[in-house]
Design a protein around this ligand. Structure first.
Ligand SMILES: Cc1cc2nc3c(=O)[nH]c(=O)nc-3n(C[C@H](O)[C@H](O)[C@H](O)COP(=O)(O)OP(=O)(O)OC[C@H]3O[C@@H](n4cnc5c(N)ncnc54)[C@H](O)[C@@H]3O)c2cc1C
Length: 417
């Protein structure tokens, strides 16, 4: 019997992964008149392990109508050091919007569909190849798509990266690999992070983004108010990746919501990974290939903010594609240059900040206690008024003017991990 070959469907662009990065990319390309297929292995709405905090600087890049997605507005930052503090700064204007990712991502996906992208969800990508000019993606069910442009937006464990990047030296033939499931062992160095949604207890810091520097060694714990009277609580280690993030999360929740086990509704806690940008320099290696969002390592290593960079990278990739029409190589190289010159340089500064602040959180907390306006710099980043380089210059100026003796911590954190 002769095997039946699947019919291939020729598109202008393929997008793999339809989180904020992929849906934004698919929507913008469709709006520009390109034929686009977006493929995701999950059916939407789908759960995503995430705090769901979307910074105010992301808002201009969202499609009209985003306000209809349930959310809470946060207008300031509250900093604690275990049982010390809080120090609060309320800016009186939104600094971040708190969504549930299943609702936020579903909205973005439907907007891409409305703008004409062909959306294929709930199917595994079985084969990914590049023949020197076109990408070829085969999905379960026997569909085959080809296109000269591929937007890889398939998250921190990117199957596209694993399938294509070790084959770049011999691009002449299509030799697909079969990888049924993404696996965490492919993640290299990254930062495990756990979070949980809790409802039914009094909000820890209504209207504010709460950051705690005293409980999680080498990182921070957070609490974000969520729509429908709940909150998202999570932990991440940056200068010291957490070895058992679920245990740290359990301890942190008990610390900030003592005695609420019986009176609150708790969803299952989840753990996923924040990619390390330094492990992810996969940009500009294949003409026409663009790694967006987590697939490109685009999460800042100080706050762990990734949704903004997911959306921003999609916008930038599409603008390079349109600028370099019919020249996928020039578009990919220009996009890669932007990532290295702009984002990665800023992430390098974020990493330096993380190295100092998360190693000496007591000193930093004392600084903030004495000079609470330092906290407004967080808000300035989330609002887009500062990047990490200007943030650091501003903090540096504050530090140089201080009597250092007064910043030495006078208390010990009550850590159990
Ligand atoms: C615990 C935790 C909390 C976080 N909190 C925040 C926060 O509050 N604010 C913030 O800005 N960032 C936060 N982040 C980071 C943020 O979640 C990510 O940076 C963001 O989701 C990246 O978006 P993306 O579109 O690149 O990828 P994702 O949102 O991961 O989307 C990838 C999509 O690709 C699909 N996919 C994966 N593999 C395949 C495949 N082989 N074939 C087809 N489809 C595939 C997945 O189903 C998914 O829909 C957090 C991360 C963690 C782990």
């Amino acid at each position: 019997m002769v095997p039946v070959m699947p019919a291939s469907r020729k598109m202008d662009a393929i997008v793999v992964g339809l989180g904020p990065a992929g849906s934004t990319g698919a929507r913008l390309l469709s709006q520009a008149g390109l034929s686009v297929v977006g493929i995701d292995r999950s059916e939407f709405p789908r759960f995503k392990t995430c705090g769901g905090g979307v910074s105010a600087r992301s808002i201009p890049y969202l499609p009209i109508g985003w306000q209809s997605v349930p959310h809470e507005v946060t207008t300031g930052v509250c900093l604690t050091y275990d049982n010390h503090g809080p120090v609060e700064v309320d800016m009186g204007m939104p600094i971040a919007y708190q969504f549930r990712r299943e609702e936020f991502d579903h909205f973005l996906l439907e907007e891409a569909r409305k703008d004409g992208a062909l959306i294929v969800t709930g199917v595994q990508v079985e084969e990914i190849g590049w023949d020197g000019s076109d990408f070829r993606i085969a999905t379960e069910g026997g569909n085959l798509y080809t296109a000269p442009l591929l937007l890889a937006a398939d998250g921190a464990s990117s199957q596209v990266s694993r399938s294509l990047l070790n084959r770049t030296k011999k691009p002449g033939s299509f030799r697909p690999r079969f990888q049924r499931r993404s696996s965490v062992k492919h993640l290299g160095k990254s930062f495990p992070s756990s979070e949980i949604n809790i409802s039914g207890s009094n909000p820890v810091s209504p209207g504010l983004v709460r950051i705690d520097l005293g409980f999680v060694s080498g990182g921070y714990g957070w609490s974000f108010p969520k729509s429908r009277s709940g909150e998202n609580i999570g932990v991440i280690g940056f200068s010291k990746p957490l070895t058992d993030p679920l245990a740290v999360l359990g301890g942190f929740v008990s610390r900030i919501l003592p005695g609420t086990e019986g009176s609150s509704t708790r969803e299952e806690p989840r753990t996923w990974f924040v990619p390390d940008y330094q492990e992810s320099d996969r940009h500009g290696k294949i003409p026409g290939l663009f790694f967006l969002g987590d697939a490109g390592g685009l999460v800042d290593p100080f706050l762990g903010e990734g949704i903004y960079y997911a959306i921003l990278s999609a916008k930038k990739a599409v603008s390079e594609i349109l600028k370099h029409e019919n020249h996928p190589k020039a578009a990919s190289l220009s996009y890669a240059g932007w990532i290295r010159q702009d984002l990665f340089r800023d992430f390098a500064q974020a990493r330096r900040l993380a190295a100092v602040i998360y190693r000496f959180p007591g000193v930093y907390f004392r600084l903030v206690q004495k000079y609470p306006h330092v906290l407004s710099l967080y808000a300035a980043i989330l609002r887009g008024a500062h990047d990490y380089r200007s943030f650091s210059r501003s903090i540096g100026k504050n530090l140089l003017n201080l009597p250092f003796r007064t910043l030495l911590p006078r208390f010990k954190p009550n850590r159990t991990f």
